[in-house]
Design a protein around this ligand. Structure first.
Ligand code: 3NM
Length: 227
């Protein structure tokens, strides 16, 4: 048991040792840009984690998705940035991703753990204290809490909850990194950092940025002003 607790602690500490800029992207989010070029720019710019979230009517599937995921993984490995797969546990296991992120409609955290093993990262999206309690009990390594602000990137997103929920959850589970998500930009990120997050998870403010490296720097600067 002790070694399991230790390995979970190691995973969490190394992932969120610095304020994390967590880039999430799928081919639907890139607005005509080349996704692998965008990812490489984000990695060069200094993102802390990357999540492949391939959703929507034109989402890549099957072998095409597997090949794309492998390219993303290769880039992340080169830059030593953890590569997380959204929802698709089978794909994550097949290619040996660093972890899986699941929502409330996906497989539960305990089942994901039994499939991907102890050494991997599991993130869980939660939208209430109740969901957070269950995810923590089942061994989530970090929680994604959102949407903080209005978002265009998730068609079934819940109503924006602001930063209060993040504050409550991060205070109750001070040992579990909490990541804010939903409509976060460098201009509104400061309140999110102040609410106690270990990271900000971002799709559009990075994928659609004119200069992604500059945008990442702005996110980093927003975290430095958090106290
Ligand atoms: N999950 P953007 S909000 C993927 O509330 C996702 O759980 C959310 O994209 C949640 O940074 C969201 O463009 C979309 O708003 C985040």
């Amino acid at each position: 048991m002790q070694h399991i607790i230790n390995s979970a602690l190691r995973r969490r500490c190394s992932l969120f040792s610095k304020p994390a800029i967590y880039f999430i992207m799928g081919t639907a989010n890139v607005k005509g840009k080349e996704p692998l070029v965008l990812l490489e720019q984000a990695l060069l710019g200094g993102i802390s984690l990357f999540q492949l979230r391939e959703k929507g009517p034109l989402a890549l599937k099957g072998d095409t998705l597997r090949r794309f995921a492998l390219e993303c993984q290769k880039l992340c490995n080169t830059h030593r940035v953890p590569f997380i797969v959204n929802d698709d546990v089978e794909l994550a296991c097949m290619i040996g991703a660093d972890g899986v992120h699941v929502g409330q409609e996906d497989l539960d955290c305990a089942s994901v753990r039994s499939r991907i093993g102890e050494g991997k990262i599991i993130g869980v999206s939660v939208h209430s204290m109740e969901e957070a309690k269950i995810a923590v009990k089942e061994g989530a390594d970090y929680l994604g809490v959102g949407p903080v602000y209005e978002t265009q990137s998730k068609h079934d997103a819940k109503a924006p909850a602001g930063v209060n929920r993040i504050m409550e959850i991060s205070q109750l589970f001070s040992e579990i990194p909490v990541v804010g998500i939903g409509g976060i930009t460098p201009d509104n990120a400061r309140a999110v950092w102040k609410a106690g997050v270990a990271g900000v998870a971002v799709i559009s403010a990075l994928a659609e940025a004119k200069d992604i490296a500059m945008q990442i720097n702005k996110f980093k600067a927003s975290s430095e002003r958090r106290r």
